[in-house]
Write a protein that binds this ligand. Structure first.
Ligand code: NAD
Length: 495
């Protein structure tokens, strides 16, 4: 955060060149409140649109996103250090999310009549209504796709959105607002700034909050949200396990482990951080993994496999955890060092062997290119150790047996499991995405993600006009005797 004569602003820094490429204001409580009020005005008319009309508008947002594709990819790449290819993958995933929300909302959120038993004289109607203004607080690692796990779902449900992008990606956030506005409706407003702006948004009177980020920030947000009882959906960190069964395709497992551990230089909530390989395949798996990692090239050019960290803070943390693990008997099989010769924030893809479950590196989220591998005697132990974590975002299991894959998937405690793969569960927009424990609660994507931004309302009508009310008839008159009610309850539910 920089201080000017009378204003604070954040600088957007190119992760590779370290050049300042732009800036954005640090917005305070007053400004944030004003923006939320503007969003509220838009919401009043937006919510009167039918679900189908909202879908049509969302497809216009998608067209606008694609039209801005090159500019958005360039901005995203500059602010996060990821390659243009990776930036376009985010844009593609964002298009998938918008398409699903636009097409599924009319079916999922339509008003419907449900069974009214036992009050059969009544017609029971279930209706989904928007909350109003949704606040979205977003991290820096996948800012486009994470914003789009919220925006189209919240809009489809009839809300408008105030987006608070991470202080590392203010220009990407502003551009997302412009992209939506260019679709013809100003449905997403952007507030830029740091944590103080985020907190101002929590306290601004938004009707629902979607937070994606770290557990430490999540707890601060909940304290602020407690004052207004603002409901929050939380997408937090992970310590994702992979189990390699004795019948696994070891080469495929090794390739996948390397890909999912070092994607975005390990700065992914769903990065694989712990591998539990069964004794019989351990040696072959480790050999294949090390071959895979040896091939990875660090660099900032598009053909490099692993890029720079987006910020330096995590480097000393990881170095300390590695050193502690090594002094307790772990072995760095490959990597483990900074690479200032390539760039100031580069860290080698690292594989750690001979770890034990109690080591810090096996329990705290790394958010860096570090993968720990452990030998386990049997599948039961593997599942047990995989579940021995406070987190529960995603997991992988490799096995040739479909039944075994399903069984392990059912026994893993996590929001999602990939059988013979990693990361790609979240790419299915019709499935919910979220975590257990310290990975958060509530769900984005899928029908759950549409309902997450809707309040359900129960309406009860009389089927036969002219009939007196049941409350008046049953409760205000002479009540049936305890004996009679007892008889009915026993007959209906006693057997
Ligand atoms: P962070 O928690 O530091 O910041 C996230 C956002 O919260 C930023 O916009 C920040 O400005 C804002 N913020 C900070 N303090 C705040 C406060 N007191 N009140 C309100 N807002 C505040 O996280 P980060 O470093 O940007 O992202 C990395 C973390 O995000 C990792 O833990 C990662 O696992 C997690 N993550 C989770 C998912 C998921 O979907 N589960 C996805 C990506 C990242």
């Amino acid at each position: 955060v920089m201080h000017d004569r009378d204003a604070e602003y954040i600088e957007s820094i190119d992760s590779i060149t370290q050049e300042v490429v732009g800036d954005a204001p640090v917005m305070g409580s007053e400004e944030v409140r004003k923006v939320v009020e503007e969003a509220r005005k838009e919401q009043a008319s937006w919510s009167t649109r039918t679900l189908t009309e909202r879908g049509v508008q969302l497809l216009a947002v998608r067209r606008s996103l694609v039209a801005y594709g090159d500019q958005l990819a360039a901005t995203l790449s500059s602010e996060t250090g990821k390659s243009l290819n990776d930036a376009w993958i985010e844009i593609a995933a964002a298009c998938v999310m918008i398409t699903y929300a636009a097409k599924a909302a009319p079916r999922i959120l339509r008003t419907r009549t449900v069974r009214s038993w036992p009050v059969v004289a009544k017609r029971a109607i279930l209706r989904y209504e928007p909350y109003g203004v949704v606040g979205a607080i977003i991290p820096w690692n996948f800012p486009v796709v994470i914003s789009m796990q919220v925006i189209p779902f919240a809009l489809a449900a009839g809300n408008t959105v105030v987006l608070k992008p991470s202080e590392l990606v203010p220009l990407t956030g502003q551009l997302l607002g412009q992209i939506v506005a260019d679709s013809g409706m100003d449905l997403v407003k952007v507030v830029t700034g740091d944590g103080s702006t985020g907190e101002a948004l929590v306290r601004s009177g938004v009707d629902k909050l979607a937070f994606t980020g770290s557990g430490a920030t999540a707890k601060r947000i909940l304290k602020a949200a407690a004052d207004t009882l603002t409901p929050v959906v939380m997408e937090l960190g992970g310590k994702d396990p992979m189990i390699v069964c004795s019948d696994a395709n070891v080469n495929d497992a090794a390739r996948t482990a390397s890909a999912s551990a070092f994607v975005n230089a390990g700065q992914a909530c769903m990065a694989t951080e712990r591998v539990f390989a069964l004794d019989s395949v351990y040696d072959a798996f480790v050999q294949a993994l090390l071959e895979e990692v040896r091939r990875l090239r660090l660099g900032s050019d598009p053909s490099a496999h692993v890029g720079s960290l987006a910020r330096p803070d995590q480097m000393p943390v990881i170095e300390r955890r590695l050193a502690t693990a090594v002094s307790a008997g772990a072995k760095v099989a490959i990597g483990g060092r900074r690479r200032p010769d390539i760039g100031p924030w580069f860290f080698e893809p690292t594989v750690l062997l001979d770890v034990t479950p109690d080591m810090e590196i096996m329990n705290e989220e790394s958010f860096a290119p570090v993968l720990s591998v452990m030998r386990v005697p049997d599948l039961a132990t593997a599942i047990d150790l995989a579940n021995r974590t406070e987190y529960g975002l995603n997991a992988s299991v490799f096995t040739a047996d479909r039944r075994r894959g399903r069984e392990v998937a059912e026994r893993i405690v996590a929001g999602g499991v990939n059988v013979n793969d990693a990361l790609f569960g979240s790419a299915v927009p019709s499935l919910p995405f979220g975590g257990t424990g310290q990975s958060g609660y509530g769900r984005l994507q899928g029908p759950e993600g549409l309902r997450e931004f809707s309040r359900s309302k129960a309406i009860v009508e009389s089927r036969f006009p002219g009939l007196p009310s049941l409350a008046g008839f049953v409760l205000a008159g002479r009540k049936p005797s305890a004996k009679w009610i007892g008889r009915i309850v026993r007959a209906a539910y006693g057997r």
